[in-house]
Write a protein that binds this ligand. Sequence first.
Ligand SMILES: [Zn+2]
Length: 343
Amino acid sequence: MNSYERVFAAFNNQEFDKFPAINPTSVITNELMREKNIFFPSAHLHPLDTYDLAVAGHNKLGFDSISPYFSIHIEAAALGADIDFSSSKGMPQVLNKPIKNIEGYKLPKDYLNKREFKVFNQIISNLNKKYNKKVPIIGKVIGPWTLAYHLFGVENLIMKTILEPKQIKNFITELSKCPINFAKQQFENGADFVVWAEHVTSDLVSPEIYQEFVLPIHQQAKKELNSYGPIILHVCGRLADRVNILSKSNFDMLHIDSRNDVDFSKKQITNNMQLVGFINNPHLLRKGTREDIRKTVLSLLKKEVKFISPECAILLSVANINLIELTNTLHQFNLDTIKKIEL
Ligand SMILES: [Zn+2]
């Protein structure tokens, strides 16, 4: 099986030769950048650099997917935020919040023609020319709640949610057109999955606020994108109080982090949403040994997690050898052979 066949067999509950190693978020490391002689921030800005570095996640690290959107800046930049690209050691940061008044807010008419969207769609299209049906291409969009953080500010958003709930609902409904349409473009250009990154984490939003303000928009997005391709909802943090509600979005997968219990999370899902993730980035991938990584992967496989991946964009200081240990371990087993392993 090639990577594409492996990932889709697992995704569709069919037999697969070995466990797939997908990366819904960035697996770029300093080491990988040195090997390719391509560095942040230029890798965020120059399409050929983005392409080459994203492909290295597959060729050099062994992942069964290619994810070319390393950060969270594309939509914010296209919609008027200033982005600080100065860091070579981390991700770009959103500097100013361009929207001051959300009353009656409308997206600019021609926003989909912005250079940022065109460039990213071109990268997806180029990847598709080479890897179509060989390696799944994973696109990404930033959900409207997170986009509102970037464009209007976290404090403003939370305050307005209490004071002017109707305005907030209109605002994020309008903003949601951006990820929905950008996701459609990515699928049309050859993405096989699209990650929908939404920071509705427990430190920022209660489950009740998610349910009232964001869930209906997620459900609508899923309806509109259903015929295009599968969506991976990415939410960081502890999700014990909201996995069940998140699953009601009907998105196809939930990219979940290592602070969440596997069995508990699985029980919270009553539909077909599949889980992906569970690998700790700062401790296990950055500081752990290869043996630690192998043990963790095996114990997750024993708990019948089919899609194991880094939990979020990894730290640039992670060693390539640790990521290779992750993908190699996954590739050594399938559903039958893992049963024979004693831990
Ligand atoms: Zn994250």
